[in-house]
Design a protein around this ligand. Structure first.
Ligand SMILES: [Zn+2]
Length: 292
């Protein structure tokens, strides 16, 4: 019996790595309904992909393959003088992702004429937003996004060093008389005022798919998703965890709301004369590189 279990274990690992898709580890409170909603797949596909006969019979720690999340790919023949990183850069993935996708450990050991597989960009995007915590993906998955509504994602900073979304919400309601509360759709906390660094706050405006209040022009507020990072980036850089979560959130929103790369921007890029937001230490060029 023991050897059989080891064999099964190896089989499970082999499946999980060869598919390169999203694998969800079942946590307390998960069931097939919540998981299927979070990843936008049907329960029957989920059952089929994981050989589940009884939907009530899933256990904490169990690894579930999310069907349809395995990235599709195109084949590519390496030409003379090319490196894994130059090929990766041209296809919107990183050399690390490309290496992992093809099982190449030593990046120098590729040769002209060799055929490798390039994962499609949507596969790369799905991988990026898999870095959002399960609870956030679950909450996001419950919101029906208005298709065709959102053309931009605009990044802001709060301009305050220590702050939290709830304070901004109160301020916008009480001091600025905004009946829909906080002007942004999302806030990424920085660990001050009792928050956890990198936590994503989803505002009522996103839950109800309402216009933002973060831009000067009404025309912009109607089509721009507003994301605010807590911090004053005229004084210091955003925290690494904030940037990681920002990248994952953008990937999710681009995929689900259909915002194109060129629609991802910052407040000052939209209104250079009006504002410095999100500050000179916000890594805009790093963000643009990430999108390409
Ligand atoms: Zn701003």
């Amino acid at each position: 019996m023991f050897p059989l279990r080891i064999l099964l274990l190896f089989l499970t690992i082999a499946t999980a790595t060869s598919l390169q898709g999203i694998v969800h580890v079942v946590k307390k409170g998960d069931n097939l309904t919540t998981i299927s909603k979070a990843y936008n797949v049907s329960i029957s596909d989920l059952k089929k992909a994981n050989n589940i006969k009884d939907a009530d019979n899933i256990s904490i720690g169990q690894k579930l393959e999310i069907p349809g999340s395995a990235p599709s790919f195109t084949e590519y023949k390496i030409r003379n003088g090319e490196s894994l990183s130059s090929i990766a850069a041209r296809h919107g993935v990183t050399a690390k992702e490309l290496g992992a996708f093809n099982g190449i450990r030593d990046f120098d050991k590729i040769r002209a004429g060799q055929v490798i597989r390039i994962p499609s960009k949507s596969g790369a995007i799905a991988k990026k937003y898999s870095r959002l915590p399960w609870s956030v993906r679950n909450e996001l998955g419950k919101i029906a996004i208005k298709k065709g509504q959102w053309k931009n994602i605009v990044i802001h900073h709060s301009g305050t060093v220590a702050d939290r979304a709830k304070n901004i919400d109160r301020f916008h309601r009480e001091e600025r008389n905004m009946e829909n509360g906080i002007a942004y759709h999302f806030v990424i906390e920085n660990g001050t005022r009792g928050t956890k660094n990198g936590d994503i706050y989803i505002s009522e405006r996103w839950k109800k798919q309402l216009h933002g209040g973060h831009m000067k022009l009404w025309a912009h507020n109607q089509i721009a998703i507003g994301i605010c990072l807590i911090g004053n980036f005229e004084k210091s850089r955003p925290k690494a965890k904030q940037l990681e979560q920002l990248e994952a959130l953008i990937a999710y929103l681009q995929e689900k709301a259909g915002v194109p790369d060129k629609g991802v921007t910052t407040h000052t890029l939209m209104h250079p004369k009006h504002t410095l937001c999100p500050g000179k230490f916000f890594p805009t060029s790093q963000l643009k590189r990430m999108l390409n």
